[in-house]
Design a protein. Structure first.
Ligand SMILES: Nc1ncnc2c1ncn2[C@@H]1O[C@H](COP(=O)(O)OP(=O)(O)OP(=O)(O)O)[C@@H](O)[C@H]1O
Ligand SMILES: [Mg+2]
Lengths: 447, 263
């Protein structure tokens, strides 16, 4: 047999083997399709609007109720980068509720349109606007700033330019004389902006009498263009190195990788069956529940070790304050290790072969990781209701709610938000373990 | 219990240790065992012969409580026997599976120690049980090497030793001598004879006729899921009408000459 004939025969044999394991093959082909679908959806909803940025969730409270304020809110809704809540047609919420949402991390920002907004606009005065924000979300703050500007232009139909620009210049450190000049001429304002943008120092030179002002900050120009009262929710004392994305990444990777790690441990159950040691153990005098329980304990301990290593590393390298509240950390870690173990056991006893178990679990884990918010904070993205239901149905969602609640929102395990996340996970542990036990008895022990 | 006490109990105990009546088991719609009857006497080595697919492994698995949903009854020392649901019943059994059921990345000693614990050997007797297991397996010199590094024959010997760790009354051996050289085979034979001398009852499947003829007190022949004949080699030869007590001739006469992979 020559080289090519031999190679062709081998390839043919491998193809036959490949197609024989139907489940394995389907999973192999299905995995990319499922991932593309999930990713596509997530990107569409979370990163919609073509800006390539996640939409910022903003709760708006219109306390004025005038035509102008309605126009302003409509203007906000038209902004691509913002997901304005409550949606048009949904019941309005009160200012206190909006503040609470920001505080709980359910929204990035809240915009309170104060009483007298319409009158102020009509008089060419600065209208009362309050932005409730979490100072940790600086990225989103800029987008909100830009959105405020667009909405204001829409509401005031150009009459806003004098006070808008005037207040911006004042904020940038311009003298009152300069502000007056700005207000007198729209054209002049435009010139001033052009020159500022070009880095022209002329105006600053003219204002040299005033003590040094910081250089022109393009980003903060947009952020602060619409004058608002900033109301920072009292953020918990976070480690200074911590930002939202970092907390998200550490928690997300820990949550996802634990599932992979524990799946590999659970699959040893199938390996024991295939190598025959399971038969030995079943014949031994040991109670048969002990075999499954032993695997459970093994997975749980490996899981805790893996989490401990990951969090210790996260602390060492990023200083994210993992060990601030050891009790909460231990409760969350044990809870998630148990839930991931129960998941692994369920898949393992369901599968016929280790290959099948690995295929199915990879699919489920990646999909749950994406939907549950391990990769990006999908929890507060603007999702259609059904997608919202789906994300809440993933195990990873509740694990993330726990760890993010601890890392970012600095909550303790007695906080209702964390308690709920912990309860959901233990509920899953009970149901999945019971199911795994039933399947195990039927399929592995012949009894 | 002293040796005399043990002897008294033996004398009082019924001669039949295991009795299987009308055992039927199917994998889906494939009938593997169809109404098999088998009696195993205390202290004997009972050979279980049969073509490939005759149902020997399935029968042993039912006896060991590994397969649920079979029909028929089992008695052990005169009492109903339900090992699948009764841990104490399982302690009276030892199984040497057809496959090499070992942890490749544990050493021989670690494998023995683990299974000794699982098979209910009390802590104070465990070191002695492990030592005896190593001797039985002829692996005293390799005790701390990983099983992965063992030859096929060494693994076979360890496989056997593990089944007997807890000194079960009944030892079920499923082809324990497959793929071993004459030296290892001899070693295994001596081990099995030593076990019988120590009062164990053994059920033993094999495809090596001379081996069965040499070792077993009685032979049961399975065919198509049934036990078609039981007796000493001489009795079987007489029944089968073969001139001399040649087990291979008996076997072929009872089970036919064509390939019998499928029951
Ligand atoms: N796990 C299984 N699933 C389906 N059918 C099986 C399974 N195990 C055995 N069988 C079938 O049951 C029948 C009896 O098989 P069994 O393994 O008991 O035979 P055996 O006498 O031990 O054969 P051998 O001498 O080859 O080991 C065969 O027809 C076999 O194909
Ligand atoms: Mg067999």
């Amino acid at each position: 047999m020559n080289l090519f004939a031999a190679a062709a025969t081998i390839a043919q044999k491998d193809l036959r083997l490949f197609f024989r394991d139907r489940t394995g093959m389907l999973l192999g082909l299905l995995l990319p399709i499922a991932l593309v679908t999930v990713f596509g959806m997530v990107m569409k909803f979370a990163f919609g609007g073509g800006s390539g940025m996640p939409k910022v969730v903003v709760y708006v409270v219109d306390e004025d109720g005038s035509d102008a304020s309605a126009k302003f809110v409509a203007g906000l809704r038209a902004v691509d980068m913002l997901s304005v809540q409550p949606r048009a047609g949904e019941p309005a919420i009160a200012a206190a509720a909006a503040r609470q949402l920001v505080h709980d991390g359910e929204a990035h920002h809240a915009i309170l349109v104060g009483k007298g907004y319409g009158d102020a606009l009509a008089d060419g005065k600065e209208p009362p606007l309050t932005v409730v924000r979490d100072p940790g979300r600086a990225m989103e703050a800029r987008l909100v700033g830009i959105g405020l500007m667009q909405a204001t232009m829409a509401a005031a139909e150009g009459r806003s330019m004098p006070w808008l620009m005037g207040s911006v210049m004042r904020r940038q450190g311009m003298s009152e004389a300069g502000v007056a000049r700005v207000r007198t001429s729209m054209q002049m304002v435009q010139d001033v902006i052009d020159r500022f943008v070009a880095g022209d120092g002329e105006l600053k030179a003219a204002d040299a009498a005033k003590p040094a002002t910081a250089g022109f900050d393009m980003a903060s120009l947009f952020e602060d263009m619409v004058p608002v009262v900033h109301e920072d929710v009292q953020p918990p004392a976070r480690p200074k190195n911590l930002n939202h994305q970092l907390a998200q990444s550490v928690a997300g990777m820990a949550v996802m990788m634990l599932m992979f790690g524990l799946m590999a441990c659970s699959v040893t159950l199938l390996q024991e069956r295939d190598q025959g040691t399971l038969r030995r153990l079943l014949v031994s005098g040991a109670p048969r529940q002990a075999l499954l329980l032993g695997k459970f304990v093994f997975c749980l301990l490996v899981g805790l070790l893996q989490l401990a290593i990951m969090f210790a590393y996260g602390e060492l390298v990023f200083g994210i304050g993992v060990f601030r509240d050891p009790i909460t950390l231990v409760v969350l870690a044990v809870t998630w290790a148990a839930a991931a173990t129960a998941f692994g056991m369920l898949v393992a006893v369901w599968a016929d072969t280790p290959k099948q178990a690995e295929g199915v679990s990879t699919l489920l884990i990646l999909v749950m990781a994406a939907l549950g918010g391990c990769w990006f904070p999908i929890q507060i993205a603007d999702l259609p209701w059904w997608a919202d239901v789906v994300t809440h149905a993933t195990l990873t969602h509740w694990a993330m709610a726990g760890f993010q609640g601890m890392f970012w929102h600095q909550k303790a395990c007695t906080d209702p938000v964390l308690l709920r996340a912990i309860a959901v996970q233990w509920g899953f542990v009970l149901v999945a373990t019971w199911l795994a036990w039933r399947i195990w008895r039927r399929r592995f022990t012949g009894g | 219990m002293g040796v005399r006490g043990l002897a008294t109990v033996r004398a009082m105990a019924p001669a039949t240790l295991l009795e299987v009546e009308d055992l039927t088991y199917s994998y889906g719609d494939r009938h593997a065992v169809r109404g098999a009857n088998l009696q195993c006497h205390r202290g004997e080595i009972l050979g279980l012969l049969g073509p490939n697919g005759a149902g020997k492994t399935t029968l042993l698995s039912c006896v060991a409580g590994l397969l649920g949903g079979f029909r028929g009854t089992m008695q052990f020392a005169g009492a109903p026997f339900r090992p699948a649901h009764d841990a104490a019943a399982r302690l009276q059994l030892g199984l040497v599976p057809q496959e090499l059921a070992l942890y490749d990345d544990l050493s021989a000693r670690e494998n023995l120690a683990f299974f000794a614990r699982m098979q209910g050997v009390p802590a104070e007797r465990r070191p002695a049980a492990v030592r005896r297991g190593l001797e039985l397996a002829g692996l005293v010199d390799r005790a701390d090497d990983r099983v992965r590094t063992f030859s096929g024959g060494m693994k076979r010997r360890l496989n056997l030793a593990i089944g007997d760790l807890h000194g079960p009354e009944l030892l079920l051996l499923d082809e324990p001598t497959v793929g071993v050289d004459p030296q290892s085979r001899n070693h295994l034979f001596e081990s099995l004879q030593a076990l019988r001398a120590a009062g164990r009852t053994l059920v033993y499947t094999s495809h090596y006729m001379e081996e069965v003829q040499r070792l077993c007190d009685r032979v049961a022949v399975m065919h198509d899921g049934r036990v078609v004949a039981v007796g000493t080699t001489a009795e079987l030869a007489a029944r089968a009408g073969t001139p001399e007590a040649n087990l291979e001739q008996v076997f072929l006469t009872l089970t036919g000459r064509s390939l019998r992979d499928d029951a």
